[in-house]
Design a protein around this ligand. Structure first.
Ligand code: ZN
Length: 129
């Protein structure tokens, strides 16, 4: 939908495999319901052909504050099952680092805040000296 496309752009979500299904507004925060899905890749273990299986239980991803709102994304990731060895794999996105629940962009923001803090205290020190 056009509206969701706008939100995706606004949040800087570049992964086209993430599909926003709904955006819920509450007084305190926005909740983005989304899924991550793409055609079955080859198996990371045996390189056999995988097939689409089900969706993983949704993970909650804290996102950037957007327009003064705290934003939380509930993302359901596609699971794949290998036809050859039967192993399972979960769809991946650059939005979230593997095995992490915090969006990369949030990490970047935290890092930036830390750098600002260090920079400010250095500035203060140089004024004192
Ligand atoms: Zn396999």
């Amino acid at each position: 939908m056009e509206k969701f496309h706008f939100i995706k752009n606004f949040l800087g979500m570049k992964d086209k495999n993430i599909i926003i299904l709904d955006v819920l507004d509450s007084r305190t925060h926005k909740k983005i319901i989304a899924k991550l899905d793409y055609p079955a890749p080859n198996c990371p273990h045996c390189l056999g052909q995988m097939t689409k299986y089900d969706f993983q239980k949704e993970s909650k991803i804290p996102y950037l504050e957007c327009a003064g709102y705290k934003t939380l994304m509930r993302l359901r990731k596609r699971r794949f099952r290998c036809k050859v060895c039967g192993k399972m794999a979960v769809a991946e996105t650059s939005l979230v680092k593997k095995n992490h629940q915090i969006a990369t962009i949030v990490n970047q923001k935290i890092t930036q805040k830390l750098i600002e803090k260090v920079y400010l205290s250095l500035l203060r020190q140089s004024f004192v000296n």
